[in-house]
Design a protein around this ligand. Structure first.
Ligand code: MN
Length: 233
């Protein structure tokens, strides 16, 4: 895939994630450059709903760019995860609302339905106080904090960021978008189910099997989400 094609897909991913309720004025999505794995694409500092291909910047794994437009403060989430995880080709960082409770309460986010089977092996929880104490603005605003988040994420698909949001990663842009959307949906459903009674979660075996099946179905979802998000700027 050419950088131009990846740039167009990334602009589309921004609009999809807004339409599906994962991003709002804040949060961001990036993709690793296929032909140059030490570089990644990420929009300039702006609201995701308005991102077009012209707004996309290219960064190295230190979060630096020759492009002089204003970057996102938290670009180090992306750079350090790409450095730590050669298998990761795309990263979504969001503050999607249903996920927030699982970062601040002693309740584990677990798969309640097959669409979120990828959660079956567990998600990680990043505590920024462990790195910078109790007075921070909670933002991952430098490489050291990004590296700490990447260490917490380890080999998981999702990490919760206490009092802030979450990050979802995958081996393709489409799958990272899928995971971000279904992490949000699963969190909302799990909250509802727990209010009703004792919850029967997917087993690890069910989750892994469902995730393997769904990974082959992502194109269908991407097509639908693209249509729903088509009316961009
Ligand atoms: Mn953030």
């Amino acid at each position: 895939m050419t950088v131009a094609d990846q740039t167009a897909s990334l602009a589309r991913a921004n609009r999809i994630l807004v339409t599906e309720g994962v991003l709002d004025a804040f949060g961001h999505v990036s993709v690793r450059v296929t032909d140059d794995p030490d570089r990644f694409l990420l929009a300039r500092n702006m609201a995701p709903a308005s991102v077009t291909a012209d707004d996309v910047m290219e960064f190295d794994l230190d979060g630096r760019s020759e492009d002089e437009r204003r970057p996102y403060l938290e670009r180090f989430i992306h750079s350090e995860i790409y450095r730590a995880r050669p298998d990761v080709m795309a990263v979504v960082h969001s503050h999607s609302p249903s996920v927030i409770p699982f970062g601040v309460c002693d309740v584990e986010l677990r798969p309640v339905f097959h669409m979120a089977g990828f959660l079956a092996d567990g998600v990680r929880r990043f505590e920024i106080r462990d790195e910078v104490g109790e007075g921070s603005d909670l933002l991952v605003r430098n490489g050291a904090l990004g590296a700490a988040l990447a260490r917490t994420l380890a080999d998981a698909p999702v990490a919760l960021m206490r009092g802030h949001g979450s990050v979802a990663v995958a081996g393709s842009l489409e799958l990272a978008v899928y995971r971000a959307i279904y992490t949000e949906k699963n969190a909302a459903i799990q909250c509802q189910a727990q209010a009703m009674g004792t919850v029967e979660y997917l087993t690890v075996g069910e989750g892994r099997a469902a995730a393997a099946t769904n990974a082959g179905q992502v194109a269908r979802a991407w097509d639908l989400w693209s249509r729903a998000a088509a009316e961009g700027p």
